[in-house]
Design a protein around this ligand. Sequence first.
Ligand SMILES: C[S@@+](CC[C@H](N)C(=O)[O-])C[C@H]1O[C@@H](n2cnc3c(N)ncnc32)[C@H](O)[C@@H]1O
Length: 256
Amino acid sequence: MPPVPTRLRVRESFDRAAASYDDAAIVQRQVCELLLASFNPSTTPDWILDAGCGTGYGIGLLQGRWPAARILAVDFAPAMLAAARRSADLCVAADIEALPCRDASYSTWWSNLTVQWCDPEAVCGEAHRVLRRGGELALSTLGPATFAELREAFSSIDQHRHTLSFSEPEAIAAALRRSGFDDIRLHRQTVSQHYPDLASLLRAVKDIGANSVGDGARSGMLGRRAWQRVQAAYEKYRTSDGLPSRYDVILAYARK
Ligand SMILES: C[S@@+](CC[C@H](N)C(=O)[O-])C[C@H]1O[C@@H](n2cnc3c(N)ncnc32)[C@H](O)[C@@H]1O
């Protein structure tokens, strides 16, 4: 499994980003919609746990599709949870690797673009524990081709880590299988977002709170020369839409 960045730093980055998140989270909303579009549970959800709810975009979508369902919003960043409180039925500040929830209490476990920050084995184990028999899981996460252009551009100046290390789809499927899930289905698709320049691309990542990358990150600022070299290296990917940022999206569905 790739290393997971220090929990506290991840939580602080997301907490700081709560105010800027909604304006920057274009890809996150797009992936949330993709996750819901391919989610067809065999029974109508009545209690949904949104694991890593952020400011609550997914909660609105889930309520739109299943208006009678009740939703528990879980996030470990208090400022994110404060925003989600506007739409959720219940909110809990907690780590999704150790949910303060009773066994077998939810019909549906849902998570959009959060599992890449976690240990997939721990998250899937907890999802399985809190779901009722026959309950269904829907999650989206990111695969190893995510931010490939960014890693390539930075490799021209240093060997530091500039992105998270993302799990292969097979590792997600294996974590689900080992946790006891059945009927596991995975879809993989590339989503790209374009930016006018590299500075806006990096600002968008920071505005979402996704800028903690774990051990091996560069600690100091880049010098002017190094920054120019990274920009020049990224320019070779420019299209008529701007500089692309690639997201290798994995959608996973399973049943307990
Ligand atoms: C990229 S945001 C996605 C938010 C939301 N699901 C959406 O679609 O907009 C990831 C969220 O997961 C939360 N998060 C990350 N790791 C977590 C963990 N181990 N336990 C609880 N929340 C976590 C972060 O605080 C952040 O709000």
